[in-house]
Design a protein around this ligand. Structure first.
Ligand code: AHM
Ligand code: MG
Length: 281
């Protein structure tokens, strides 16, 4: 695992340097889920592919930006699924974006997730590495990732971050979200999952959700690159997750690498409230 971490650290440092002098022009190609790729998505994907391909412990790489898996070492046991640049549509406004990595043993399934990592490219470069508990590292002036603290979710938070076009929400989702605001929750939503969940983890609680909508009945966020790594991190931080029905996102099974799912991540209070709210409808 340490070797995989070192390679990811190197890739993240390279991407951070690339982002400092960005060309945010759109490229005419599309990725497998139909999003228009930005040049920096492609560059970040190339950087990760090039650096992680040199790691002997990786069996295959599965990227949000590639339709198929890239097979590497058949004898190795880890598959790294990643979103090279989450929130890239926010690069033109200089918001924080990040990279997300899920490290699966032998097979891409939530049950086989052994480690999850994400980076935040912002005023500071931060890296969260989670095997047993999410650990926050920050790049110091010696260009090394320095351990700062463990991230823990308290039982209840104050932040409510929810995505998707509101006119396409279900009535149930709209009234659940309103019920949190009625309790005193505050809206905090940038449009980059990495930053929005990072805020909840650093502030110690709250809810991030991306529901099913009429235009995306299976949600928008991808299970293997986005949803499972963050579900793993939030649950290891003491929080809970759900797709709105199940008691954990990590119970879900998908066969296609680019499958999506509605998703809810939060402190235990918000997820328990969600499940009882849905049960009453
Ligand atoms: P991306 O990987 O193409 O950047 O898309 C994923 C992003 C998430 O970071 C974010 O939560 C979501 O899309 C925002 O979507 P919306 O603008 O529909 O709320
Ligand atoms: Mg993404």
């Amino acid at each position: 695992m340490q070797e995989i971490i070192s390679h990811i650290q190197k890739a993240v440092l390279n991407i951070a340097n690339e982002l400092k002098f960005p060309d945010t022009g759109y490229q005419s190609t599309h990725n497998a889920t139909g999003d228009t790729q930005l040049k920096l998505d492609v560059k970040s994907d190339m950087i990760i592919t090039e650096i992680l391909s040199k790691c002997k412990n990786i069996k295959a790489l599965v990227s949000e930006e590639k339709p198929e898996a890239l097979e590497l070492n058949t004898e190795a046991k880890y598959i790294v699924a990643y979103d090279p640049l989450d929130g890239s549509s926010l690069l033109d406004v200089n918001f924080a974006v990040g990279s997300i990595f899920g490290i699966y043993e032998e097979k891409m399934s939530a049950k086989n997730l052994k480690m999850a990592i994400y980076s935040i490219y912002s005023a500071r470069l931060e890296l969260i590495i989670c095997t047993d508990i999410p650990k926050l590292y920050r790049l110091n002036h010696k260009n090394e990732f320095e351990y700062i603290k463990d991230l823990k979710l308290s039982q209840k938070g104050k932040i409510n971050a929810t995505g998707g076009t509101q006119k396409n929400w279900s009535k149930t989702h709209a009234s659940f979200i309103k019920s949190l605001f009625d309790e005193g929750y505050r809206l905090r939503y940038s449009g980059a999952m990495v930053s929005d969940i990072h805020q909840i983890l650093c502030k110690g609680g709250g809810l991030f959700s991306y529901p099913a909508t009429t235009d995306a009945p299976n949600g928008k966020l991808r299970a293997f690159f986005e949803v499972f790594p963050f579900a793993y991190i939030c649950e290891k931080a003491g929080g809970k997750t759900s797709n709105g029905i199940n008691k954990s996102l990590l119970e879900l099974e998908f066969s296609k690498p680019h499958s999506t799912t509605p998703c809810f991540f939060g402190s235990s209070y918000e997820i328990d409230k969600l499940l009882s709210f849905k049960a009453e409808q």
